[in-house]
Design a protein around this ligand. Sequence first.
Ligand code: AMP
Ligand code: MG
Length: 361
Amino acid sequence: MEWPEIKGTKILPASDPRRAEEAIRCAATILQTGGVVAFPTETVYGLGADARSATAVQKIFTAKNRPGDNPLIVHVTGMEQVRELVREIPSRAYLLAQHFWPGPLTLVLPKSDLLPAVTTAGLLSVAVRVPDHPLALALIEAAALPVAAPSANLSGSPSPTTAGHVIADLAGRIDAVLDGGDCRVGVESTVLSLLAVPPVLLRPGGVTLERLRTVLEEDIIDLCRNGGEIRGTPPSPGMKYRHYAPSAPLYLVEMGEGQEDRIIALLKDLQARGMRPGLMLTTETAGAFTFPSHFPLEVVGSQKDPKTVARRLYGALRRLDSEAVDVIIAEGLAEEEMGRALMNRLRKAADRVIVAPNAKI
Ligand code: AMP
Ligand code: MG
């Protein structure tokens, strides 16, 4: 079968049911022969390679320009496949897997010798998860190997939630992309370390801290409050890098009293300095004012619906970037439920945070 290519990267159209099987077979063969393939998951697109092969995994780091000390998440189809990757599975891992797998929860466990150092960036632990996406599961199943996969973007830029985003960043740098349409969750998985008791939240994501606490019925240490600013050695290497950022500087206006007024004041100030801002706002704020129509505006959903905002976040940042704005002003949301993951990503992407006067820091 001949597949279309962009700069040598194969485009495998898997949302077309007539071609999905063949597309998956082609992607699986690439993985089995040491290549790298981007594929959809429910969170964002991942860039996959055989987790057991140092040379294959190295290609992920090279394609993404990812720092070598930032470990990858290994994607599997279920707990049976986790067994060979880890030294032990604590009982709370079974409990969490039962509730949240397949799904956007990554568990950090002590690693076995099967995985090369490059996959875990030299750590003695490994991050594992079962994605909740039929194409991702079909691909891992067909390849019959554990798939190491970080987000399929250039390191530091917004994560990809469509095959188009992957192509924009990685065409010519990877073997293929399995095109499965838009990602349902839109932000990355929650990362929870089970290396110690109590468990430690390393990254808020698709499964909320509130739900984890309910299922575990025990304390969870939240290292991610206020953007996860860590002093000293970060327990999760990914925490120390600027992430998820568009090329235009991003100003984050935190939620709180007078949020709209602060946005307007900022706009006026930028305008006075001859700059062209782009705006990422909630429905409520966008509806409360008439903004000059020549400012690019992305309305990402209601303040009461952080799930929808999460799904639209990265696409909105990429679109604003493509409008060549000088600054992106993004409105913050309340830091609860999915809002935690959103604010974590926005804080990491932000060049400047305009804090609310009543902020509890
Ligand atoms: P990405 O797949 O690009 O969304 O990034 C994976 C995230 O998981 C990064 O923040 C990593 O630092 C984190 N991670 C992966 N493996 C481990 C590990 N063994 N211990 C702690 N954090 C990890
Ligand atoms: Mg990433």
